[in-house]
Design a protein around this ligand. Structure first.
Ligand SMILES: *[C@@H]1O[C@H](CO)[C@@H](O)[C@H](O)[C@H]1NC(C)=O
Length: 198
């Protein structure tokens, strides 16, 4: 799983420098745009056989209800965005995996994957060095927090589970996976990025 992510990141490093230079909200905005209804319908439904499903892990299915439950448990918004990023990236990678080289949905799915990877870099930097650029009396002090310290424990567990590949599988339609992606994206980024309610 991680190897695959790494390969995609390599491609991105070569081809996607422009995308990689964007910030979290700009990337989320681009994703929102790419995930709009007509595109999901065309690329994730019309170009797939009728009733086609993928088998994914339960943790990859992140619905608005999941987020509401986690919010009730006081999981931080940053952690929720982090979880959303992992669930959505996994979903996109799974879709990419079943698409043959010349499938008409491949280019679209690859673009989604690149945007998500760029967003991932954003998060890895923040997660590991939240205060890297804050000068502390001009002395370089090692950051006291561990790499995932600003990710809630509950979310860190879910993310680990999601990448473990050893939980129960569930059959889901590709469009349903992306429907969840965009619904949760809107739910989590609208206020954070101060988007108008559209
Ligand atoms: C979301 O909730 C469903 C049950 O409704 C569960 O199977 C799934 O693992 C949850 N996903 C996450 C990421 O928590």
């Amino acid at each position: 799983m991680y190897q695959r992510c790494a390969a995609v990141l390599c491609v991105l490093a070569v081809l996607g420098l422009e995308v990689a230079a964007l910030g979290e909200c700009e990337l989320a905005r681009l994703l929102q745009d790419k995930l709009r209804y007509e595109m999901r319908l065309q690329y994730m439904k019309h170009y797939f056989p009728i009733d086609y499903t993928l088998r994914v892990q339960h943790e990859e299915v992140l619905r608005m209800a999941n987020v509401t439950r986690l919010r009730d448990k006081k999981v931080s918004e940053a952690s929720l965005r982090y979880l959303w990023f992992h669930a959505c990236s996994q979903a996109v990678l799974h879709i990419l995996e079943v698409l043959p080289e010349k499938h008409p949905s491949r280019g679209y799915t690859q673009e989604l994957s690149q945007l998500l990877d760029a967003l991932g870099m954003e998060y890895s930097g923040y997660r590991q060095h939240p205060k890297l650029f804050a000068p502390i009396d001009d002395v370089a002090v090692p950051h006291p927090m561990s790499p995932q310290s600003d990710v809630d424990a509950a979310v860190a567990d879910l993310v680990k589970q999601l990448h473990s590949g050893d939980s129960r599988l569930k059959a889901v339609r590709p469009k349903a996976l992306l429907d969840n992606c965009i619904k949760v994206l809107r739910m989590l980024f609208r206020a954070h990025c101060r988007w108008d309610s559209t």
